[in-house]
Design a protein around this ligand. Sequence first.
Ligand SMILES: [Ca+2]
Length: 240
Amino acid sequence: MFGRNSLPCGSVLVAILSTALAYSSLPAKDEARAQVKMQGQRPASAPERVELDDAVGDANTQGGRRPDLVRLILESDGNVLRLELVFDQDLEPILRQRHETIGLGEVYLDCDDDTSTGVDDDNFGGSTGFEYRSTIATGFRLEDGTHLWGTASTKPSGRRVVAYYVGDTLKRYSAPSVGEEVREPSGGRGSYTGKIATVTFGYEDLGVAPGDVVRVKFYKLGTKKVLKDAYLPEVRVRLR
Ligand SMILES: [Ca+2]
């Protein structure tokens, strides 16, 4: 269950993971853009900024009611690792017209850049070694100050939405199916502007330091069909 709320009536609003899965492929590259060279399963380089393009039109947009990821950007600033999710259209109009929140993606982080430590099963896209997982989704903030967040949480009837936001979880894994919340999920630490949703992960929460390399795998929620192709290529990013 990803949706959370603090509604006084005690009702439980269950967010159902909307896993329309799908095919995607990397489009033709812009030569001027930072490139990530792959070497087998493991990306060879670890630049301080990584940009990954993603195909346009590969998402199940439900007739334009969901955004389509077209680029992922990873960069750090000495305190946080930042992910920018760039979509094909402005997010605000989409959020306003929907009665449900939207799952935007999941990200897996291998914070010691070691595939032999961390999870070792295929719940993480067939790759091993990740210590953290985050789900990124949109949320509603209601007029009484409570919020509703998740990958498919339905807006409660009769409750006015006063703001929309992007939120995330951060779970640390000691075993594949045992994730411990590092911080309160869905508090709206993320943000969005125009076509870009941004989430950040603090070095302290991740147990990392400047100069460390983090291996990252991103899973696109809302893509069309095949599970394995809903993953972007793994990348490594060096922290500033
Ligand atoms: Ca690891």
